[in-house]
Design a protein around this ligand. Structure first.
Ligand code: AQP
Length: 349
């Protein structure tokens, strides 16, 4: 199989409470890349189950959460006919390649992953083996399609560096075999992360030093993609801020994490840079800025919210999209795995 040079892969976990950070940090970029790249977007359900039932809702919630992420993809503008949208567990090759990568990656590499430390918390002995091995599955998700670009939020940067390390070590460890089979020397590409724009790390509305997160106990900390216009306005009104008005320069925002976050949100939603937001609102108090931000957020999110609701009322339509996407993803993944099995030296097809 020849190496693609413009293939995008990315995923979102079906762990409920899809929020504005997921949208601005990831999903909106997925939409933009459709014009220039061949895109594969995945609802990563195998990743969701690495955490306790209390985080992903258990079997009763997983199907609904998977449909919710799919609906968010489509409602945001991803075209599942031109590109591929599917859920990870329908393509078993992800898990198969992850096993091989478990044997390529080193314990020391995984021990350094900050997401594991954060998610496992103090009770590390009780974390699942899957949570520890999460980054090797993520590398397999990307590399089973030999994807060249991965749009993600800033929190995934370290995992993408590990993906590059795994690809490089595999290419090196199996170099002789790859050459004997006359495959590309760089069999797995060194994937480029796409982490850019004013919203690569959207922060909690209750604490500007913490990432906006699905698992935050406070619903006021995040704007969910399923929130009504009233909820969005209320959450922005109640967002933590400091008593100062907005400054006249971007530099003066330093050390004001909540103000910086809200300015970043405005910039991302309006698709302008932070400096232009400051120019527009310099000297204004939050009592003026917050309603403007709420109006903008409602304007941008209401059409997505409405289309998500329509889709979620038609689960058969969503399931058909996922089945069709999985069938097309499988064709690519099987081809890679046939080659990988020969590279590693396994007998059989
Ligand atoms: N706050 C954020 N700002 C910008 N991007 C974000 N992403 C997540 N949070 C933010 C990006 O969204 C994509 C999908 O994320 P995920 O489903 O893998 O979940 P996650 O990274 O574990 O983040 P969450 O939503 O905050 O969940 P929990 O509560 O489990 O930590 C990724 O590209 C991610 O970078």
């Amino acid at each position: 199989m020849s190496q693609p040079n413009n293939r995008v892969f990315s995923g979102v976990q079906p762990t409920g409470n899809l929020h504005l950070g997921n949208y601005l940090g990831a999903i909106r970029k997925f939409v933009a890349l459709q014009e220039s790249h061949e895109c594969i977007y995945c609802v990563v359900d195998l990743h969701a189950i690495t955490q306790p039932f209390s985080v992903w809702g258990g079997p009763a919630e997983l199907a609904n959460n998977t449909r919710e992420v799919t609906a968010a993809f489509i409602a945001s503008g991803i075209d599942p006919a031109r590109h591929i949208v599917f859920n990870q567990s329908q393509v078993v090759e992800h898990a198969e390649l992850a096993w091989i990568f478990n044997c390529v990656a080193r314990m020391g590499w995984l021990n350094r992953m900050t997401q594991f430390k954060e998610k496992a918390g103090k009770d590390r002995e009780n974390a699942s083996v899957g949570l520890f091995a999460y980054p090797t599955l993520m590398a397999a998700d990307i590399l089973v399609y030999r994807a060249t670009h991965v749009p993600v939020g800033d929190d995934q940067k370290q995992h993408l560096e590990l993906t590059r390390d795994i690809a490089a070590k595999f290419n090196n460890d199996f170099a002789e075999s790859i050459a004997r089979l006359q495959l590309d020397t760089d069999y797995f590409p060194l994937t480029d992360p796409v982490i850019e724009g004013p919203a690569t790390r959207v922060m909690s509305l209750r604490d500007g030093t913490k990432k906006m997160s699905k698992s935050d106990a406070s619903d006021l900390s995040r704007i969910n993609l399923t929130d009504s216009a009233d909820d969005i306005a209320k959450k922005i009104r109640k967002a933590k801020t400091d008593p100062e008005p907005l400054p006249a320069t971007l530099e003066e925002l330093a050390g004001r994490p909540e103000a910086e976050n809200l300015v970043g949100l405005y910039a991302a939603l309006a698709e302008i840079d932070k400096a232009s937001v400051i120019e527009q609102f310099a000297g204004e108090p939050f009592s003026v800025f917050k309603p403007a931000l709420a109006d903008l957020a409602v304007e941008k999110l209401a059409p997505i919210n409405a289309e998500m609701r329509r889709l979620l009322d038609n689960p058969v339509e969503i399931d058909a999209i996922l089945a069709d996407g999985a069938a097309r993803a499988r064709v690519i993944a099987r081809e890679t795995m046939q080659e990988v099995r020969r590279i590693v030296g396994f007998l059989g097809d």
